[in-house]
Design a binder for this molecule. Structure first.
Ligand code: DAH
Length: 378
């Protein structure tokens, strides 16, 4: 019995000294484990006489209970101490900025708008904007489409209900009258008028933005994106237009073998007018631009319209057409994005599907630069 008491005292001292949960567990195994000294002591009961056993059994059980509860108490104390030290060392500084977790992505349309701005800025163009809720005069009349002009019908315009003229007085000029009629702009061309009226000539700008038409199928959505270009200066001619578009498309698609085709066309606000096509081929199910012309398996995609600014438009915007000439163009941003980045369905652009966005989107820190390649994917 004395031996058991000695073992017990030694074990209680070791338990009290245990500095970690691991050290404590070693003590538990040494005492209460299968081959621990308490277990071995319990096994000796079998060889004892009934009288001896009656005396020894409660004593050994008492030691066992004492050791077990000492271990339990020490375990709780060690766990509490561990939590304390964790709380003391792991501080959370709520004044720090949030960790940067890249979430979301830059939509290809936004990316292409940044690419456009980068390329045209290098050519000396400023970026201009105008309102999406536009008036009839800027959207049509000033662009040489007066009220009876048949070209208006092609535009599938979203009109707002008529506004009442101020004070109920009939407006006098056609500009004042037109400004009362509001609509969602059908193209970015009204920004030409607003910019010329504000800044006069010479002028060199692009105007990217949303435009609206009542039209919807696989290749048309009621809202889409255009970029307008306008250069007005002395002695501007069609050669400047062609060089500018070619230079732009070579930089945009990052290849030299771009073939552009200018087809004679008609727009009320340009004279002469041309439509701009780019050559492409189908590789796999992907459209690839460049160097294809009319050869077999290759085709042309229409990217927009352009021409020399009609002198009536310059006049209406307050620029003297005898002193200044200009060229203008309007390109579909969604289309050139599809061609460059290989999407097939325009409607997916505006579905907001996170899988599409994470596949086709760009990292927020990947700003397009001419030196790094305008469209460097993330
Ligand atoms: N505004 C025209 C459209 O939306 C496109 C266009 C054609 C713009 C010729 C121009 C241009 O600046 O010169 O269909």
């Amino acid at each position: 019995m004395t031996e058991l008491t000695l073992q017990k005292d030694a074990a209680l001292a070791a338990i009290a000294d245990a500095a970690s949960l691991e050290a404590l567990d070693e003590q538990r195994v040494a005492a209460l484990g299968k081959k621990g000294w308490v277990s071995l002591a319990l096994k000796t009961l079998g060889q004892m006489s009934p009288e001896q056993r009656q005396e020894a059994a409660p004593a050994i059980q008492a030691v066992r209970a004492e050791i077990a509860s000492a271990i339990e108490a020490k375990k709780a104390a060690l766990e509490a101490a561990e939590l304390e030290s964790q709380l003391a060392s792991e501080t959370l500084d709520l004044t720090l900025p949030a960790p940067v977790r890249p979430q979301g992505s830059v939509h290809p349309v936004s990316q292409v708008m940044d690419e456009l701005a980068e390329i045209f800025a290098d050519l000396g163009f400023a970026v201009a904007t105008g309102p999406e809720i536009e008036d009839d005069w800027h959207n049509f009349t000033a662009l040489n489409m007066d009220e009876s002009h048949p070209a208006r019908a092609m535009h599938d315009t979203f009109y707002f209900p008529d506004a009442v003229p101020d004070g109920g007085q009939p407006a006098s000029s056609s500009e004042a009258l037109g400004q009362k009629k509001m609509l969602l702009r059908t193209h970015t061309s009204p920004v030409q008028i607003r910019s010329m009226k504000e800044q006069g000539a010479p002028i060199r700008l692009i105007a990217p933005g949303r435009v609206y038409r009542s039209d919807s199928d696989a290749t048309h959505t009621p809202m889409f994106h255009q970029v307008e270009g306008l250069v007005v200066d002395r002695d501007i001619h069609l050669g400047h237009l062609k060089w500018t578009l070619e230079t732009f498309f070579k930089a945009f698609f990052e290849r030299e073998d771009i073939t552009l085709r200018l087809r004679p066309s008609y727009f009320p606000f340009t004279e002469p007018s041309v439509e701009v096509d780019v050559g492409y081929s189908n590789e796999g199910n992907r459209r690839v631009v460049g160097g294809h012309g009319d050869a077999e398996g290759h085709d042309w995609m229409e990217l927009g319209g352009s021409g020399m600014v009609n002198r009536r438009v310059l006049e209406m915007a307050g620029v003297d057409p005898d002193e200044y000439q200009g060229f203008a163009f309007g390109l579909g941003i969604d289309r050139i994005a599809m061609l460059k980045y290989g999407m097939n369905d325009l409607r997916a652009f505006f579905d907001g599907d996170p899988r599409w966005l994470s596949h086709y989107g760009f990292g927020a820190v990947d700003q397009p630069t001419l030196s790094a390649g305008v469209g460097a994917p993330s």
